[in-house]
Write a protein that binds this ligand. Sequence first.
Ligand code: C5P
Length: 222
Amino acid sequence: PGPADLAGRHVLITAGGTREALDPVRYLGNRSSGRQGYALAATAAARGARVTLVAANTELPGPAGADVVPVESAEQMHRAVLEARKEADAVVMAAAVADFRPAASAESKIKKTGAGPEPLDLAVNPDILAEVSADRAHAGQVVVGFAAETDDVLANGRAKLARKGCDLLVVNRVGGGRAFGTEENQAVVLGADGGSTEVPMGPKTDLADRVWDLVAERLAGT
Ligand code: C5P
């Protein structure tokens, strides 16, 4: 890095993990810390970009120079992304978005009854990445997704890249305590053009810089 190769560019990043309310005090959620998304925001700002960070339930200090939009649920993230993507040259979705949410969120705290547990009805959340990829806000907008895979990483990654329709998919190898909540990450970045870039285990800011290298290459002609 070093060069301000993202100067004049606006990037939109999602980070953290969504929480899907069951009632006013309970939710369905995941273990995403938001660290990879924050590393993407900090490195993009350091490379000169204007940064909008849609952050779901993170406890990290806002990265210097980023405009943070806090959200809680997938539906809130969906709305925030659709709004902020309009001016974005690149959209990088590092958040862990819940695939499902409780079909109804109770207005009052759900009480324990003697009758045993009630079944939980779920509704499907919007796939934000797939939507933003299929319906670009403008020509040349670069869209990047993240995926975590435990096995058949390349085959599953290629299939997901095609399914989501994004330009780049950062595939983390997970399992054995890797990636979630740690400071380091390792990945292979797959391109819709057939390219693949191995990023060895290292700080999340290193992976973030490799992602911005690949994004900057794709933006160079626009
Ligand atoms: O399908 P999967 O959850 O593995 O896809 C992960 C990628 O898709 C991430 O980039 C995540 O931010 C995005 N995603 C999304 N909306 C969803 C589910 C995932 O944008 N409902």
